[in-house]
Design a protein around this ligand. Structure first.
Ligand SMILES: Nc1ncnc2c1ncn2[C@@H]1O[C@H](COP(=O)(O)OP(=O)(O)OP(=O)(O)O)[C@@H](O)[C@H]1O
Ligand SMILES: [Mg+2]
Length: 506
């Protein structure tokens, strides 16, 4: 018989105006990876925060190895062997790897004023070698990639000898090879008999890594299925409560539409080498490639968020000088950065303020701001993007991760720019809302906007783009139109190094 290491029974939890968890049950076996899925705001993070001692539950029971336990603080949870690795990592950038792992419980030497740094470093090395990870314990955490930082978080969890690890969207910002590393570590943890709760919006991962899948919707438990027997389409249906149809983008009909943006011989740093391209009004142009191919850097250079060494930019046929992001906005370019939490959101302000803030010009009459108009706009954006919040007056820090992203999206859409660059537009966004965003991209294109979509998800590129440029190591290696746009062809160009010095043959 499978023994349950954890049982959560009939858990409920309300926040002002939101019933985040309504009678939810969940269990976990030893050595199991149990995936938890659901739309943005379904309650996944909240359920796990209850387990990790961050939130207290209103009702329900938690059992560990069959015995009811009280979890009233993070320390309580840690003592019971439960540790959560958050959607937003929680490390101190200015401290070393070892210092981060042992923060708050440093090894002391006999003479109490001195830390035993040597012992901490040794202990850290032991954990890393157990996991077969190559990270120097003495390096500052701020110098590490997100993937490595995440491994530090996992090592930290293990240093508490955790039996239950909660991973909240661990692969959201990892490259493919980093994801493989993470999965290898997860498998090692499993073999050691540890259990993992795995939250993800990347449903294709579930088949690879999970043993069972539990679906939540609107704060409620829907069902638990064995992964081997599960059909991912059925899981999606349970998540959104309806069927979702996806089809390939139709060909671009308006081939002589005016060119909205033309970029010639753009070079910036090591990541952008002699890049030339154009996008027409009404067209959706994709930038595909592996992570680190230079796609984001192209966007940042155009937007003047990064310096560029050489290159010319034309908007509606006129050469423009863009020296600051502000110039770019004035020239009609919007850039929705991939790191939206960091650049796009004022967490202490409410949803309406966040949407309206950058758009005050649009809403002012003479010297007065027309708050009614801005509020109506926010209301409309909320409906269009299905932003789940009890009210527009809710502070954004209380929204779920995916809904925070939608607020940033709303803010840029309000700006009405002619050229819009979307960098990973649906990262952290659930399947149902993804589809809404794809529709939105099509609507914007139909209104004559020129759209650029940078995405690491090939299905997303295929669904949304009329034309696709593939990049590898800072160069454009291929241009695909219509039927040429498929996963295999894109991948071939994505690993094609240094041809024609980055120029397209046509
Ligand atoms: N501290 C809080 N105060 C008020 N409301 C909150 C708080 N934390 C979460 N909520 C609300 O509870 C609901 C569930 O949020 P939760 O973060 O658990 O969703 P999620 O399933 O993790 O979504 P995502 O996939 O977007 O991360 C949401 O409506 C959210 O706005
Ligand atoms: Mg969440």
């Amino acid at each position: 018989m499978d023994s349950k290491v954890l049982e959560m029974r009939n858990i409920s939890k309300s926040f002002p105006g939101v019933k985040a968890l309504d009678d939810v049950s969940f269990d976990l076996k030893a050595g199991e990876v149990h995936a938890l899925v659901g739309e943005n705001g379904a309650g996944k993070s909240t359920l796990m925060k209850v387990l990790a001692g961050i939130y207290s539950k209103d009702s329900g029971a938690i059992l560990i190895n069959g015995n009811e336990v009280k979890i009233e603080s993070v320390r309580d949870a840690q003592r019971l062997g439960i540790v959560m690795i958050h959607q937003e990592l929680n490390l101190m950038n200015h401290l070393t790897v070892a210092e981060n792992i042992f923060i708050g419980r440093e090894y002391k030497k006999k003479f109490p004023l001195f830390l035993d740094a040597g012992k901490q470093i040794k202990k850290t090395r032991e954990i890393f070698s157990e996991l077969n990870i190559d990270i120097d314990p003495t390096v500052k955490v701020g110098k590490l990639t997100v993937a490595k930082q995440q491994m530090v978080e996992i090592a930290k969890a293990l240093s508490y000898d955790s039996k239950i690890l909660i991973m909240d969207e661990p692969t959201a910002s990892l490259t493919d090879s980093e994801i493989e590393d993470l999965f290898r570590i997860v498998r090692t943890l499993k073999e050691e008999g540890r259990s993992i709760i795995y939250i993800s919006h990347r449903l294709e991962e579930l088949k690879i890594i999970s043993d069972r899948i539990t679906v939540m919707r609107d704060g409620r438990y829907i069902d638990t299925v064995k992964t081997e027997e599960a059909d991912i389409d059925d899981v999606i249906k349970m998540m959104v409560g309806r069927e979702i149809f996806v089809k390939k983008q139709e060909p671009f009909k308006n081939e002589d539409a005016p060119v909205a943006l033309k970029v010639e011989n753009l070079s910036a740093g090591r990541m952008v080498k002699n890049v030339s391209f154009h996008v027409r009004k009404g067209e959706i142009l994709g930038f595909a490639g592996l992570m680190g191919a230079g796609r984001t850097e192209v966007a940042r250079a155009i937007f003047a968020a990064e310096n560029y060494e050489s290159g010319d930019i034309y908007i509606n046929g006129r050469k423009v000088k863009i020296k600051t992001p502000n110039d770019a906005v004035k020239a009609g370019i919007a850039y929705l950065s991939e790191d939206r939490r960091r650049y796009g959101l004022a967490l202490g302000m409410n949803v309406d303020e966040n949407i309206s803030m950058a758009n005050m010009k649009k809403f002012s009459k003479l010297l007065f701001i027309d708050f009614k108009k801005s509020f109506t706009n926010s209301q409309m954006q909320r409906e269009k993007l299905d932003i789940r919040t009890p009210s527009l007056k809710q502070r954004t820090k209380f929204l779920s991760g995916g809904n925070q992203q939608k607020v940033v999206l709303a803010k840029w859409l309000t700006r009405d720019s002619e050229i819009i660059i979307f960098d990973e537009p649906t990262r952290g966004i659930d399947v149902g809302a993804k589809n809404e965003i794809y529709k939105l991209l099509n609507n914007l294109a139909q209104q004559g906007k020129a759209i650029i979509v940078i995405s690491s998800e090939l299905p997303e590129i295929i669904r949304t783009c009329h034309r696709v440029l593939v990049m590898c190591e800072g160069r454009i290696t291929g241009e695909l139109i219509g039927d040429e746009i498929d996963q295999n062809t894109i991948m071939q160009y994505a690993i094609k190094r240094d041809i024609n010095n980055g120029r397209l043959s046509s």
